[in-house]
Design a protein around this ligand. Structure first.
Ligand SMILES: *[C@@H]1O[C@H](CO)[C@@H](O)[C@H](O)[C@H]1NC(C)=O
Ligand SMILES: [Zn+2]
Length: 271
């Protein structure tokens, strides 16, 4: 049964105190609360494109210049954003759990790196990270936070200014094999990497409390994990600003901004 009362918060906190392995799944809602644009829904355009037109291998193969401009723009926007109280509460809870010899892991669908910035270490970025690049040829992966990532992208990527194509040789290249680099992001039509899926499976097996934040537990992939866990009678809680259908399988549903609710659920000093 869903409820939003403070009694439910106290109840949840008691259950959390007894949990040995907490798993948290975060989604776009948590990023949105830091002002990160999601490029979803209306107003989600960059130039005349939707994210679904650009975040694909087909688009990248057709014009690596255009797709790199889009990602360069997103990197530069995200660079100005800060973790909010939800990110910070998660990072702090992780430290506390670790100190007590308990597990606390975050899986995020977000690519903005704000959980890293907040200090989360036990982190699975299931869709990649805007500040990680991967070689299109040798698969070398590394973090690259340079701004701009390469000189040819300086002052490029503006949403209302089309520029000339950037020569492919001037786009980011692998320092191992000199091939073109791409953002290490799971694009539309691509599969989540196997090593990431294996890590997720492992955490799903181990967890005894599952918290879904800023992403609906009725939407894939959270729905799959949540139903799997609730079949095993694992506690599932959800924090969401959107009203989700009452068919939601969460044992607890806290309705509101994650930055407001997560600190109440996770922190030790609540007043
Ligand atoms: C980031 O990538 C660019 C282009 O490949 C490279 O010139 C730069 O040195 C890289 N920065 C870091 C910090 O590795
Ligand atoms: Zn390479």
């Amino acid at each position: 049964m869903a409820s939003t009362t403070s009694g439910k918060i106290a109840e949840f906190r008691r259950l959390l105190a007894n949990a040995r392995s907490v798993l948290v799944l975060t989604g776009a809602g948590v990023s949105a609360e830091s002002g990160v644009p999601t490029f979803r829904g209306s107003g989600g355009l960059w130039r005349q494109y939707r994210a679904t037109d650009l975040a694909t291998l087909t688009a990248f193969n057709r014009s690596p210049s255009l797709v790199w401009e889009f990602y360069h723009y997103r990197r530069e926007v995200v660079r100005t954003k800060q973790p909010n109280k939800a990110h910070i509460a998660l990072a702090e809870a992780e430290k506390r759990f670790e100190k007590e010899g308990k597990r606390f892991n975050v899986i995020t669908q977000n690519v903005d790196g704000l959980h890293r910035k907040a200090g989360s270490k036990n982190l699975i970025e299931m869709h990649g990270n805007l500040f990680v690049v991967r070689c299109t040829s040798c698969n070398f992966i590394e973090e690259n936070t340079s701004s701009p990532i390469c000189e040819s992208l300086r002052n490029r990527g503006l949403p209302d200014e089309n520029g000339p194509e950037i020569d492919e040789k001037d786009l980011p290249h692998c320092r191992k094999c000199r091939s073109l680099l791409r953002p290490h992001i799971v694009w539309f039509g691509e599969q989540i990497w196997n090593d990431v899926l294996e890590k997720i499976e492992k955490e799903i097996q181990l967890c005894d409390l599952f918290l879904v934040v800023g992403t609906s537990s009725v939407v894939y992939p959270a729905a799959g994990y949540a139903s799997l866990l609730s079949e095993r009678s694992i506690l599932v809680a959800e924090i969401n600003i959107e009203t989700t259908p009452s068919t939601s399988i969460a044992n607890y549903h806290f309705h509101g901004p994650a930055a407001q609710i997560l600190p109440q659920l996770l922190s030790t000093n609540v007043n």
